[in-house]
Design a protein around this ligand. Structure first.
Ligand code: C2E
Ligand code: CA
Ligand code: CA
Length: 723
């Protein structure tokens, strides 16, 4: 047995691959945005840091050079009797003061820096045009420096440089102002003395600056402005940011493709494993022929797609006459070999298009598409003769002729199970005649619909409890949960065995007992639902309403009164009406279902697509649910059916209705429905109709299995292990 252990539980399953892709895209955009912000921000910080380092070095070098000039050149010359002069080098016999030296140094150094920096001394007190405070940055930065000044402080001040990045001459540059304080007493004295000279006073008055400024040690006297262009580094950084982004983008894209690729491979692998299970479930391991499920699967498709006006098919049932004796006397090993030989024999002598299967034991079923009575006669005779031959196994020479029964589509029935039943009746006839083959004949069929005894038995069945309901779950394939169950009628006849609802309902209708049957169904189903709701199963209950019941206004009263007696809210009851039933008396039916709908009952249109209501009429009905007929799903791989399924899903979505796909028998159909965004499905693949006890036992298991299927379909990775 293969067990699968999901990495995610069913409740994690909110998305399919499209949602995964969407999430990846959002993630990618967020990732790129975040990368851009981080990289850009850190590049910018780095540029600013490096530019400030340059500015710092330039300012340091300049003030150091000025100190050396002051200490060595000026001191020496003054000691030798020369004067210091504000007029710089123009005055004969005078030494230029350090400020003049700094100005010249700034000029020359900036010119020779090759554009990598510029600097100049500045001061609010300097009256020459190029050294005063002339623009916004200089005034703003000077104010910031002044805020750091501590008047009269004797200790050194730790001046913080002031800077910002702005455009200078059309390019981005770091502008940086560092304090140049009165750092020695001689400097303070000299400046204070100069401030008092008539020449400076006159200049101050003329410029509107207050006169009589006195400096103290460590006062903010002047500043050095350094300008470092950052433009080129910014361009380089931007290109690096871009490259970084491209790398992130490429890596993320590869990552996303890998995730999607892995999830696609995983989905394929998961589907492959499930397909293996499907194969095992539909094939007989002994003969390698299809088993009953495999036969029903293929045969019902062929019959479902047939045109009863133009086509005929033969269904044969074949049973070995002496098999039990062989098995009992020679053992299962020999019995098995006989079955294998018979299977090979059948395959060899049947027409190429025939579907042959082993139903179980020594019973084989054959469908011969397109066969009429004449062809069936030839085929049955051939098989009969072949199986009448001696079979040699080990030292044994065995003889096990067959009894064959034949029924025809559409003459005997249009339903596969009914055709098999008819072939079975015919086979027993031939068995009674010691082999050979027989065609089905109604006269030999005491289980026929018209048999009076069956009709009269129905009344007592209804009264004596021979009827029962089985329940088929409806699954939400996005979440893996069971959202509801449909009640389906069963009658186990004491003599004839299980009689299907398609045969019971006409009897009930013909004998005027349909009202009583419907009431019984509602009461039984609702009582069962009450128990399930009590157990915490969050489900609703669907009941099929016969066309006859749509003729009576009393039906509404009956349904509502059943709901009241069972103490169940109307929103837990789904009434399924077929399209054709709706159309028999559309006005009355509309009135009836409108009343039910107004009372909160959920209305579902059953067998949608097979009746007469055109798509445009559906929106006039007060519907909550469409149940797409299973004939469209039988051959869902055909383009025409695929288009109908797609249209129905879209129609339901547009009208705000739930679409239920019924009769889902295989994985491919389920995968197709999943991809078309269908939510609710019902069918043998997920669960056959089962007894209430079985629902009790299997509810959680079924939800778990559906959850795992949903995980596989959504393409989310899971771990599988053979156990
Ligand atoms: P329906 O309402 O369309 O019910 C679905 C039928 O399809 C059921 O057959 C169900 O067993 C069968 N089915 C479900 N999934 C699959 C699948 O994957 N493959 C195949 N081949 N068949 C599938 P069932 O139980 O024989 O009922 C046949 C019809 O009888 C129902 O068709 C419904 O119209 C009618 N019926 C059943 N119970 C009642 C009832 O209590 N009252 C009335 N009025 N009609 C009922
Ligand atoms: Ca139904
Ligand atoms: Ca149906």
């Amino acid at each position: 047995m293969i067990t699968k252990r999901p990495l995610f539980t069913a409740s994690d399953l909110l998305g399919n691959r499209r949602k995964l892709l969407g999430a990846c895209m959002v993630l990618l955009v967020l990732l790129i945005g975040a990368t851009w912000l981080i990289v850009n921000n850190s590049q910018q910080k780095l540029i600013e840091f490096k530019s400030r380092q340059i500015a710092n070095v330039v300012a340091n070098q300049a003030t150091t050079a000025r100190s050396i000039y002051t200490r060595t050149v000026v001191s020496k010359l003054k000691k030798d009797g020369f004067q210091a002069s504000t007029a710089s080098d123009n005055t004969v016999g005078a030494v230029p003061i350090p400020a003049q030296f700094l100005k010249a140094l700034a000029h020359d150094s900036s010119e020779n820096s090759g554009g990598s920096y510029q600097f100049r001394p500045l001061s609010k007190w300097n009256l020459s045009a190029e050294q005063g405070l002339n623009d916004d940055f200089q005034k703003w930065a000077w104010e910031k420096l002044e805020e750091q000044d501590r008047k009269g402080s004797s200790g050194r001040i730790d001046w913080e440089p002031i800077w910002r990045i702005e455009q200078v001459g059309g390019i981005d540059a770091l502008r940086y102002l560092v304090a140049d304080p009165a750092s020695s007493q001689s400097c303070v004295d000299c400046h204070n003395a100069m401030e008092k000279t008539p020449q400076i006073r006159a200049q101050r008055v003329q410029a509107g600056v207050p006169v009589g400024k006195t400096w103290e040690l460590n006062d903010l006297m002047g500043a050095l402005e350094v300008i470092v262009p950052v433009h080129e580094s910014s361009v380089l950084a931007a290109s690096q940011t871009r490259n970084g982004l491209l790398i992130v983008l490429a890596v993320s894209l590869i990552g996303i493709l890998l995730v999607l690729g892995v999830s696609a491979i995983d989905r394929a692998r998961a589907l492959g494993l499930t397909r293996n299970l499907e194969h095992q479930a539909r094939n007989d391991s002994l003969t390698n022929l299809p088993n009953r499920a495999g036969f029903e699967h293929v045969a019902s498709r062929i019959i479902g797609a047939s045109d009863k006006e133009k086509e005929t098919h033969a269904v044969m049932l074949l049973d070995l006459n002496d098999f039990k004796r062989i098995n009992d006397t020679l053992g299962h090993h020999i019995g098995d070999e006989v079955l294998v030989k018979v299977a090979q024999n059948l395959e060899r002598h049947l027409p190429g298009n025939a579907l042959v299967s082993r139903l179980g034991g020594d019973e084989f079923a054959i469908l011969i598409p397109g066969a009429d009575a004449e062809t069936a006669c030839v085929v049955a005779t051939t098989i009969d003769q072949q199986l009448d031959q001696i079979i040699e196994i080990d030292e044994y020479r065995l003889h096990s002729p067959a009894s064959i029964g034949v029924a025809f589509y559409p003459a005997d029935s249009q339903q596969l199970d009914e055709l098999l039943r008819c072939a079975d009746v015919a086979m027993y006839c031939s068995k009674r005649n010691r082999g050979g083959y027989r065609f089905y004949n109604e006269e030999h069929d005491n289980n026929h619909l018209n048999t009076l005894s069956v009709i009269s038995d129905f009344k007592s069945a209804l009264n004596e409890g021979d009827l029962s309901l089985v329940y088929q779950p409806k699954f939400n394939i996005r979440t893996g949960s069971i959202c509801g169950v449909e009640a389906l009628l069963r009658w186990k006849h004491p003599e004839f065995g299980m009689i299907p609802p398609v045969r019971i309902i006409p009897i009930a209708e013909q004998t005027g007992q349909i009202g009583q049957l419907t009431k019984w169904t509602l009461e039984t189903g609702l009582a069962q639902l009450k128990k399930w709701l009590g157990k915490g199963f969050d489900i609703n209950l669907a009941i099929n309403l016969s066309v006859e019941m749509l003729d009576k206004t009393s039906t509404v009263d009956m349904i509502l009164s059943c709901l009241r007696s069972a103490d169940i809210p109307a929103s837990r009851l789904v009434i399924e009406v077929t399209e054709s039933a709706m159309m028999s008396d559309p006005d009355l039916a509309l009135e009836l279902i409108t009343m039910l709908s107004d009372n909160g009952v959920i209305i579902s249109l059953d067998d949608f697509g097979t009746g007469y209501s055109s798509l445009s009429q559906v929106h006039k009905l007060p519907l909550d649910e469409l149940k797409l007929d299973r004939s469209f799903l039988l051959n869902a791989d055909q383009d025409k059916n695929k288009a109908i399924i797609k249209t129905a899903i879209e129609l339901a979505a547009n009208l705000g209705l739930v679409l239920v796909a019924e009769g889902v028998e295989d994985l491919d159909t389920l995968a197709l429905l999943y991809d078309l965004e269908c939510e609710v499905v019902q069918g043998y693949l997920l669960s056959r109709p089962i007894s209430p006890e079985e629902i009790d036992k299997q509810f959680k298991l079924l939800e778990k299995a559906a959850g795992q299927l949903a995980i596989e379909l959504s393409g989310i990775a899971y771990v599988s292990a053979a156990a």
